[in-house]
Design a binder for this molecule. Sequence first.
Ligand code: MRU
Length: 354
Amino acid sequence: MQGKYKALWLNKNKYLEVIDQTKLPFEYETKVLKTTDEIVKAIKDMTVRGAGVIGSVAAFGIYTACLEVDNYDELKLRAKQIRESRPTAVNLMWAVDLMMDKLKDSTDLVNDALKFAIKLNDDEACESQKIAEYGCDIIEDILKKKNKSKINILTHCNAGWLAVIDEGTALAPIYEAKKRGIDVHVWVDETRPRNQGASLTAWELTQSGINHTIIADNTGGHLMQDGQVDMVITGADRVSAGGDVANKIGTYLKALAAKDNNVPFYVAIPASTFDFDIIDGVKEIPIELRSEDEVKYIKGVDKNGKIKEVLITPKNSPAINYGFDVTPARLITGLITNKGICRADFDEIRLKFT
Ligand code: MRU
């Protein structure tokens, strides 16, 4: 293995082990996933989450499934279960399809699957490093143009190393900025309803000693009007052939506010996040609908340090919980990719990535 795979790794018994992200930032626990059912459950209940990491787990999930089957036809059934565990992040389908394609003529499913899963993850780790470097070059450009020494970056949800191995996507340029000695401050959208920003991004940035401030989701527009945001960087769960970006619910509103305030809005992605079968992202990208309980209940720790969930709405009021929205390409300044900065534009994407 080349990368460190911080959110997941193969343990000494060659089983997949992952950080249980449902417990962060309160408790650091890991889980060993030994069966296809455990892999599927971990993706569904968001023990593991974030588009890239879901793809990485799916690749090792196919290896895990190979430990349970005798032949490729049996493997297909388990692959389908993994592929259908969440609908929006295309990295999941990409990883399963790639693994299955590579394994179709295999005479040694277990060993080949292990080899291909490691290769897929090593490649993703290299892409994350490239995203870090290209994204940080933009940070330097913005500082130079504004003649400033400190950059304020707003991010939504979590697209750090808990979401994409090894450095993440949206947070990768920020980690690189720290390495290059740039004074960086991050506005962290709390990201209701599951609070991936307040819990996971804030936790990651704390681990790395990066200056940050958590803000309620509605604060970004005001900060942009007030000149307190130099750029926005988010990740993505799926990007259409025309450059429309599906990302955590609320991203679209930030892109609108950024456009209105001339704040550059960048989206950082590995190549596995493109879906070339989809042209119009707003109409065609499937949006996950999750349980209303994620809106109605909130998780935290009580005075004794015990994780608790409490109801914050009238018990019988209905709620609706769309997991993602789609930001049209016209609102995006550029895609930060492993192949450099790419305009969110059909021809440029095709030229660089197909
Ligand atoms: O529902 P999640 O937590 O899996 O969603 C993750 C996101 O939407 C992230 O914002 C991200 O940008 C995609 S992961 C790189």
